[in-house]
Design a protein. Sequence first.
Length: 238
Amino acid sequence: MKKFLACVFILAVFTGVVFYIGWTQFRVKPDTIGIVISKTNGVDDKPVQNGEFAWHWQFLLPTNATLKTFHIKPVNVQKTVSGTLPSGKAYAAVYGADGLFDYSFTFDISLTVSPEAVVELMKLNKITDDSDLSVYLEGAAGTLAQHAVSYILSRAEGNSSFRIESLRREELLRGIQIYKDFPEIDVSVFSIQSSKLPDYNMYRKISNMQPDELNPSNRIDAEKTEPAAEQAEMPEVL
């Protein structure tokens, strides 16, 4: 009987040790997820989440598996994109107004990803750890800001009555095709904090000028001579 109880005890201890080694849930803190990576199976398909039971046999083999944890929280960034229309500085010199063809936009952006998306990013080798995830999301925010500016400028160029205040968030997200470039990312905030549009009407006018008209010195000479000619044509007032 004693031998039987001893065997049961040893078996229970062994079972407990095996269970503890493979139990991965307790290693994951709240607001984080874990991803099991093993030499035998690679990246596990199912993320380990706090509050959900998870056990992985891969940890029974020494040095076979590791658990990488990721913070699942929104990344909040502010991105500013600025620039000048092609030949904008030269055209501004012709018109005599610096910055007339400059543009600048500042966006508040908040991005996050689902636990399943983190697994997919790991499989695609786009991230390897938690710091990589933050860098990836911030880079995605910068890319989306660039796409947003391109979309806004195209709208403003083709419509002289376009007002950025009338641009809705849903329309902007559709225009930049976020789910085409970053299907794994969820955008909770994408708002325009400040904006400056270039003067497309004057830009088109100057771009249609002849080469000799684009010479700033010719424009200055013309401005000097035109008032004198007008004065010569006016009758003298006594």
